[in-house]
Design a protein around this ligand. Structure first.
Ligand code: PGA
Length: 251
């Protein structure tokens, strides 16, 4: 049985004291969420150490939003996977469209990042998704397929146990424009097939595929009701503990 996950991606928001308060509020409400829905919060690097203290021993898991594509050394400004593991991260997001778009994150770099994350015991939330032009040109299946093949086809069925996929159509991120549940389900089912083509039906069946892009309390229920949607990667709505928990309760 694959895991249901609701993960908050805080992006570059909140100061450290604000982040600690937000994490405490999420933890305080986490008891309301059924045990089969895993809650994850992904915070900026600066917040990980203090937030790890807040979530320790609670059902809330900690994630980073990125990690370096190098193991260690003279890479000023980068944060290595083993550093993330050492502060208590269980996950890291990789390949978010904002990183692909603004920071030159290529599929090649994502292979290296994923290798290092897994080698250091982190689980990976790998983001894929098409932009508006690609969607309008009807290329969304091809784009997602290529992103998955370029990155995940370099890994094994065993590795896939520690990899979550997040489908995030770029045109839906932070825009208030959500993919309809039919649009999302169609591509989630397709992504599962791309996983099955390489790793077999069982691995595909066990892979958690999250939807991300303007997911909020008002639309989460319909999205999560779809057969191949196993939860959400939540941006804006994760900055309010009440909304984040309300989304998790939509299962
Ligand atoms: P959003 O962001 O929920 O604010 O659209 C989602 C994401 O980028 O992960």
């Amino acid at each position: 049985m694959r895991k249901k996950i609701v993960a908050g991606n805080w992006k570059m928001n909140t100061t450290v004291p604000e982040g600690i308060e937000l994490a405490k509020a999420v933890v305080a409400k986490s008891a309301e969420v059924p045990a089969d829905v895993k809650l994850i919060i992904a915070t900026p690097f600066t917040h990980l150490y203090p937030v790890a203290e807040v979530v320790k021993g609670t059902p809330v898991a900690l994630s980073a939003e990125n990690c370096a594509d190098k193991e260690k050394g003279a890479y000023t400004g980068e944060v290595a996977a083993n550093m993330l593991a050492s502060v208590g991260c269980e996950y890291t997001i990789l390949g978010h469209s904002e990183r692909r778009q603004y920071y030159g994150e290529t599929d090649e770099k994502l292979v290296e990042k994923t290798k290092l994350a897994l080698a250091n015991g982190l689980k990976v939330i790998l983001c894929v998704g098409e932009n508006l032009d690609e969607r309008e040109a009807g290329k969304h299946f091809d784009v997602c397929e290529a992103q998955i093949k370029n990155v995940l086809y370099n890994f094994t069925a065993e590795d896939m146990k520690n990899i979550v996929i997040a489908y995030e159509p770029v045109w839906a991120i932070g825009t208030g424009k959500t993919a309809t549940s039919e649009q999302a389900e169609e591509i989630h089912a397709f992504i599962r097939k791309v996983v099955a083509d390489k790793f077999g039906a069982q691995v595909a069946e066990d892979t958690t595929i999250l939807y991300g892009g303007s997911c909020k309390p008002s639309n989460a229920k319909e999205l999560f009701a779809q057969k191949d949607i196993d939860g959400g990667l939540i941006g804006g709505a994760a900055l309010k503990a009440d909304d984040f928990i309300a989304i998790a309760l939509s299962y």
